[in-house]
Design a protein around this ligand. Structure first.
Ligand code: IMP
Ligand code: MG
Length: 184
């Protein structure tokens, strides 16, 4: 999917493919340094983190296992419901593991703080967070996010895994939508 396929639904490109790739190179190098000599269980949060997960782990030299969780905190709109549900749990026992949660975006931080508490209760050796994008609201939540791709303005974004009503996840860049899309 590219900008032409978006027609006039696309308001603008916030982060290009090249910007995302360059930042992932930096994050992967940092993760390799931090986990030297350790094995990491990388936990991707479905569905949004699929792209960043795939692109990040392929840059790592650190041995990884990958697992996935699906949680739901949003409906099909753009506002957080504040309710987190597990739709798919991990297959892996976290006891003694170094866990790295990979998120697409932290907005209110509600999903993340809930997830962190949930995974910490399972006896891991460590739990850290990597997120591709972070919005300003995340500052209100007292959670230490070790790896952040980009701090972005408080706008609704799509692409690179992120959806609006399950659409646009396959855009290779991060963009904003024209207002008329939301009023359909
Ligand atoms: P939080 O609980 O408010 O931090 O929301 C986190 C989740 O909301 C993310 O994993 C996304 O699925 C969704 N989300 C938050 N902001 C956006 C956005 O700008 N575009 C698409 N999805 C978003
Ligand atoms: Mg979503």
């Amino acid at each position: 999917m590219d900008p032409v396929d978006m027609g006039d639904d696309l308001a603008g490109v916030l982060l290009s493919e090249a910007q995302i790739a360059a930042r992932l190179d930096e994050l992967a190098a940092q993760i390799d340094r931090d986990y030297a000599g350790k094995a990491v269980l990388v936990v991707g949060v479905l569905k949004g983190a699929v792209m960043v997960m795939a692109d990040l782990v392929r840059r790592l030299h650190t041995p990884v296992q990958m697992d996935w969780m699906a949680v739901s905190s949003y409906g099909s709109g753009t506002k957080s419901s504040g309710v987190v549900r597990i739709l798919k749990d991990l297959d892996t026992d976290l006891t003694g593991r170094h866990v790295l949660i990979v998120e697409d975006i932290i907005d209110s931080g509600l999903t993340l703080s809930w997830l962190l508490a949930n995974l910490r209760s399972r006896g891991p050796e460590s739990v850290e967070i990597a997120t591709m994008l972070r919005k300003p609201g995340a500052a209100k939540v007292d959670v230490d996010v070790r790896y952040v791709g980009f701090d972005i303005p408080n706008e609704f974004v799509v692409g690179y895994g992120l959806d609006y009503a399950e659409k646009y996840r396959n855009l290779p860049f991060v963009g904003t939508l024209a207002p008329h899309v939301y009023s359909h």
